[in-house]
Design a protein around this ligand. Structure first.
Ligand SMILES: Nc1ncnc2c1ncn2[C@@H]1O[C@H](COP(=O)(O)OP(=O)(O)OP(=O)(O)O)[C@@H](O)[C@H]1O
Length: 239
């Protein structure tokens, strides 16, 4: 299974993605990193079919851009950046929405993120981090072959962040997993491949082992040092 992407996108007459191309496959978690405003969320939305880019997005040759929402839902699940829930659904009802086109298992999805016992609670009562876990459960219940996640750990404490990254590590064996991550330490520890965006363009891509402090310095404009320890590589930075 291979996802091939090559897209450009403009909001009005402002081009925010220029010929961004990459490939992702099962078994190798791809993290998209880069400065604020680089175009990371826009890129995920283009792949998810929320925005209409120029170019192509193909999964094993299937042209995802030309599928309708119902068809596309069978292939691609998308976890948006956590916002605030707006409607008074129970957790179970909310996750069930993910299964609308695909008929996946709500129970399995909620058990994976540890929320099955709390399924009758309202989503309105969830904390930001809890809602983020429920958003992931909705995408898992949908069950697409490609899982796209926009900053899935941004509201999570270190324990839950690691729980999610461990879950993605398992999921990458059965799905293509692509995650926008701001936390460079999590990216270095869990990603297999990195795509770095800067100013709407691909700045660098490669396996995590090939990333150097110099590349990050060029991307973010700060001094960077890698410190290797028991749990992997930590990124220290200073102005
Ligand atoms: N709906 C929109 N209308 C117009 N411009 C937009 C819209 N959404 C995003 N942009 C612009 O597109 C550019 C890329 O935004 P995007 O959210 O994709 O960046 P990002 O890399 O995900 O940023 P961040 O790390 O801050 O979340 C930014 O300059 C942003 O201002």
């Amino acid at each position: 299974m291979i996802l091939k992407v090559n897209v450009s996108f403009s909001y009005g007459d402002r081009e925010v993605l220029r010929d961004v191309s990459f490939e992702a496959c099962r078994g190798r978690l791809l993290a998209i990193i880069g400065p604020n405003g680089a175009g990371k969320s826009t890129l995920l939305k283009c792949i998810a079919g929320i925005l209409r880019p120029r170019g192509e997005v193909r999964l094993d040759g299937i042209d995802l851009l030309n599928l309708g929402p119902k068809e596309r839902a069978r292939f691609v699940s998308y976890v948006p950046q956590a916002s605030v829930p707006e409607f008074n659904f129970t957790i179970e009802e909310f996750v069930e929405m993910g299964t609308y086109f695909t008929g996946g298992s709500v129970r399995d999805a909620l058990q994976k993120v540890g929320f099955w016992e709390r399924r009758s609670e309202s989503v309105l009562s969830l904390s930001g981090g809890e809602y983020q876990l429920v958003l992931l459960a909705r995408a898992l219940a949908q069950g697409g072959k490609v899982l796209l996640l926009d900053e899935p750990t941004s509201h999570l404490d270190i324990n839950h962040a690691l729980m999610i990254m461990e879950l993605l590590k398992e999921l990458k064996e059965e799905k293509i997993v692509v995650a926008v991550l701001h936390d460079l330490n999590l990216a270095l520890r869990y990603a297999d491949n990195l795509l770095i965006l800067k100013n709407g363009e691909k700045f660098w891509e490669g396996s995590v082992g090939r990333l150097s402090p110099k590349i990050l310095e060029e991307v973010y404009g700060v001094k960077v040092e890698f410190v290797r320890g028991k749990f992997g590589t930590a990124v220290l930075s200073s102005l």
